[in-house]
Each structure stands twice: as C-alpha cells, then as structure tokens.
Design a protein. Structure first.
Length: 92
C-alpha cells in the first residue's frame, strides 16, 4: 500500500499557509521550511503525518499534515487538513 504524496510547495499553497506557490518555493530555497526537522526542497513530496515547520519574518509555525488538500479548497476547509503543533512569535 502506498501513501499519497504531493510537492511541498503545492501543499503549502493549497493549505493557505503561504500566499502563493512561488512564495512557498522561495521559502524552501531560503531554508525557511523544514519537514520532520530537515530543510525541504520545493519539489520534496510530503504526505499525511509529516511535520512541517515554517519560519516567517516574525513567526514560527509548526504543523502536522492530516490530509492532503484537493485542487480547489476554501481557507476554512484547509484549516481542517492540518494540526497546529506550535505557533510562536519571533522577536527581531
């Protein structure tokens, strides 16, 4: 049995965690995205159960993917597909 996966840049955009797929790609290239504690490439496949950490300018967000989103999903529905493990403000 295989588990479905999708590119991390696509998943971050569809879950409304980034404003666009290109923003997700740039964040990966800058080292601001970790999957299970390791730096992620934009093309890296992720699936349910993976832990994703996003480092924004003044915020650290860690989520666990519950389910991969479909192609068209509302922001409200997207929130049900991941669990927030940590959401901290970062002092600059």
């Amino acid at each position: 049995m295989t588990t479905a996966t999708e590119r991390i840049d696509v998943v971050l955009n569809r879950l409304c965690l980034t404003r666009s797929r290109s923003e997700a790609k740039n964040a990966c290239e800058a080292g601001a995205v970790l999957v299970d504690g390791r730096p992620a490439r934009a093309s890296q496949p992720i699936g349910p159960g993976d832990r994703v950490t996003l480092r924004f300018t003044n915020r650290l967000l860690e989520v666990r993917i519950r389910e991969l989103p479909g192609k068209s999903i509302s922001k409200k529905a997207a929130r049900e597909l991941y669990e927030v493990l940590r959401d901290e403000r970062i002092e600059t």
